[in-house]
Design a protein around this ligand. Structure first.
Ligand code: TTP
Ligand code: MN
Ligand code: MN
Ligand code: MN
Length: 388
């Protein structure tokens, strides 16, 4: 006989890649709270706890209704004791004391501000915090040696922490399209990341580039970067060459967090649409210098006619395109669970480059996202429902 589940959700599955997770959901109060605890665990370099809180939040995003009482969660997977206590407290009191304490804590606030600097990860932020730094401006004034990414991160801190709109993403897309066609006619670009999942805003814009003829894409990135730089469109870029080799990066090695595609982490200089004279008389025709005096705390009235926008460009050989597309569409938890599902449930190894079947001891060669889901024994989940 069927086990008796809560009336609300008879069949939520345990892996995010088995569930449909739309962007809009019904439990934001709970998921926001769990996200704070996940971030805080990450700041304490406790990856396991961080993933546990993220999983708990992700499963609540897949529920078809708002949770009102703990009984609504009967049969819902991925909720550990700690997450359940937090949820219960919020359902009863409206807030969680633990979450409120974290939000008030000096460590959380400083780590949040410091990791919001492009080029600063948890390790660097934690070292700076222990050395007494609290604000991004402290990193400028402390005499710490900053690498190029961090210098750019501080210089454009405000812009880079202002969400990128879909309209801005589309403008960047037109520029990238023009650059790519100029250096390799016939190449194809695809918007990936959060915007492909239907998000209205993002922290960056992600593009995947390929060419229908295998091999034609090799060495494309430096040419695209040169084209963009010659036009003054890049404020920062770091290009990595493709280092993927099936023989050495294949089944023998554990799946990497980072893939090995030819890629470019960049900051674009995006012209703002011209304001109409009635709305902003002083903004029209005013030439703005490229260098800004003070990188932090710039007031809106000083806003120049352009915005710094983080852009990730990735080049994939067409033979790996389906894997790259699936891997770069996210969400990050959806990707993590796809790989975990492949390994734990199917004895397969999935990366952004390939799918290896350990039972048959061979690579599988799907040509589309749909074929990858099918080979993994999963129902196809469209990008708009991968928002775990
Ligand atoms: P992000 O751009 O970090 O995230 P996002 O686009 O989902 O959301 P946001 O609006 O915050 O930008 O990553 C996009 C996807 O790219 C994510 O699923 C993981 C993948 N990815 C890799 O495969 N390799 C990498 O090195 C990085 C940084 C991301
Ligand atoms: Mn993104
Ligand atoms: Mn992100
Ligand atoms: Mn990205």
């Amino acid at each position: 006989t069927e086990p008796s589940h809560g009336a609300m959700v008879p069949t939520l599955k345990g892996y995010a890649c088995q569930r449909r997770t739309p962007l809009q959901h019904h439990n934001a109060l709970l998921t926001d709270a769990l996200l704070v605890l996940a971030e805080n665990a990450e700041f304490c370099e406790d990856e396991g706890r961080s993933v546990a809180f993220r999983r708990a939040g992700a499963v609540l995003k897949a529920l078809p209704q708002a949770v009102h009482k703990m009984e609504d969660l009967q049969g819902v997977p991925c909720l550990g004791g700690h997450s359940q206590r937090v949820i219960k407290e919020i359902l009863e009191d409206g807030t969680s004391r633990e979450v409120e304490m974290v939000l008030q804590s000096e460590q959380y606030q400083a780590m949040k501000a410091l990791t919001n600097i492009f080029g600063v990860g948890v390790k660097t932020a934690d070292r700076w915090f222990r050395e007494g730094l609290r604000l991004p401006s402290d990193a400028l004034n402390s005499g710490h040696k900053l690498n190029h990414a961090q210098q750019a991160g501080l210089q454009y801190y405000d812009d880079l922490n202002t969400p990128v709109t879909k309209a801005e993403a589309d403008s960047i897309g037109q520029i990238v399209e023009e650059a790519v066609q100029a250096v390799l006619p016939g190449a194809e670009i695809t918007l990936t990341g959060g915007f492909r999942r239907g998000k209205p805003t993002g922290h960056d814009v992600d593009f995947l580039i390929t060419h229908p003829e295998e091999g034609k894409e090799e060495g494309l990135m430096p040419k695209v970067v040169s084209w963009l730089e010659a036009r003054g469109l890049l404020l920062y870029q770091k290009t990595n060459i493709n280092s993927y080799l099936e023989a050495t990066d294949g089944p023998a090695r554990p799946p990497h967090n980072m893939d090995r595609f030819e890629r470019c982490f960049s900051i674009f200089r995006l012209e703002r649409p011209r304001a109409s004279p009635e709305q902003h008389p002083q903004a029209v025709g005013e030439e703005q210098p490229q260098e800004r005096g003070s990188p932090l705390g710039r007031r809106a009235s000083e806003s120049p006619g352009w915005k710094a926008v983080r852009v990730d460009l990735v080049v994939s050989p067409v033979s790996q395109f389906a894997f790259a597309l699936l891997g770069w569409t996210g969400s990050q938890l959806f990707e993590r669970d796809l790989r975990r599902w492949a390994g734990q449930e199917k004895r397969m190894s999935l990366s952004s480059h390939a799918l290896y079947d350990s039972t048959q001891n061979r690579y599988l060669r799907p040509c589309s996202e749909a074929e990858i889901f099918a080979l993994l024994g999963l129902e196809f989940i469209p990008p708009s429902e991968r928002n775990a």
